[in-house]
Design a protein around this ligand. Structure first.
Ligand code: ZN
Ligand code: ZN
Length: 315
């Protein structure tokens, strides 16, 4: 069975669940763990059966509940190395020190280790029998102290496909103002699904990935006029409109009309702005773009929502 469920989509949080065979993956964890679990249960997905979390990029609307969810379930998180580093920087308060201060810190840490080793050597033998006494487990103490601790971290690279259980994952680079952002194509049991949000425009490598699909989740972030006339400060408008910002309704429609092969059974418009878009505007723009497509069975158009999950789509 292959199943895809959008739990949330938009600037306040993004997350989807994909099931292929016996494997279940959470793609982004942009809501709190509690809310993710609540929505999964609403959509008849059991959180306890998740095998891994995949992260597209480190913006808050994609990673808000990441650490708590991964720890609660004891499952690994798949990042690019750049995204993992950026996520750790985001969680770790910045500490600046001079070179002299750094040297002094190193000296103190070395002295502390030395003192610890000496006191351990001088300590009386414990009563525990034999040489097989359990060694101390300092790692046990780390999770509480280290906000970046995760049960498992796996790195992938854009352009290099890999497998998580029964699901093949092909990550591809997207143009967005994050450290190393990616979209994904998933394949399981002959079904191909793509997730492509948070991209400033559609470069050739992305267009090439979004073909031969059964399901396409595509960003349709803003209406250009609403954004220009809307409430955002000028600098934020520039950011959204830039080549590393977000895809407009028109840009999504242009792809759907001209270069997309028209084959996906489902097209889901996603990451709609609540300030600079209206669901009807996004829908009408995409419908117009898809209207010339020959296959009537394909391209059932859905809109992903911010505040509630979509019904699961089964293949
Ligand atoms: Zn983003
Ligand atoms: Zn986003």
């Amino acid at each position: 069975m292959v199943r895809f469920t959008v739990l949330a989509s938009g600037s306040k949080g993004n997350s989807s669940v994909i099931t292929g065979g016996r494997t279940r993956i959470l793609v982004d964890a942009g809501l709190s763990c509690r809310e993710l679990f609540r929505r999964m249960r609403l959509a008849d997905e059991d959180p306890e059966t998740l095998d891994a979390i995949l992260v597209t990029h480190e913006h808050q609307d994609h990673i808000n509940g990441l650490a708590v969810t991964a720890r609660k379930l004891g499952i690994p998180v798949y990042f690019t190395e750049g995204t993992h580093r950026a996520w750790m920087r985001w969680l770790t308060p910045r500490r600046q020190m001079t070179y002299a201060q750094w040297l002094e810190q190193c000296r103190q840490q070395a002295a502390a280790r030395q003192a610890e080793a000496e006191s351990a050597a001088n300590a009386p033998e414990p009563d525990a029998p034999g040489p097989a006494q359990a060694s101390p487990q300092p790692a046990e103490a780390i999770p509480q102290k280290d906000p970046t601790w995760l049960p498992g971290v796996e790195y992938f690279c854009a352009g290099e496909a890999f497998q998580i259980g029964d699901i093949a994952v092909s990550p591809f680079t997207i143009p967005h103002d994050a450290a190393d952002p990616v979209g994904f194509v998933f394949q399981a049991e002959g079904v191909r699904l793509a997730v492509a949000t948070d991209l400033g425009y559609m470069p050739p490598n992305v267009k090439a990935q979004l073909q031969g699909l059964d399901l396409l989740l595509l960003e349709s972030n803003h209406d250009l006029e609403m954004l220009r006339d809307g409430p955002y400060p000028w600098s934020v408008k520039q950011r959204v409109l830039s080549r590393v910002g977000h895809l407009s309704n028109d840009a999504a429609a242009e792809f759907l009309e001209t270069e997309y092969d028209g084959q996906a059974a489902y097209v889901i418009l996603a990451h709609l702005s609540e300030s600079n878009n209206l669901p009807d505007l996004a829908r009408v723009t995409a419908e117009r773009a898809l209207s010339g497509r020959a296959s009537l069975l394909a391209n059932k158009l859905l809109l992903a929502e911010q505040h509630q999950p979509l019904s699961p789509i089964n293949f």
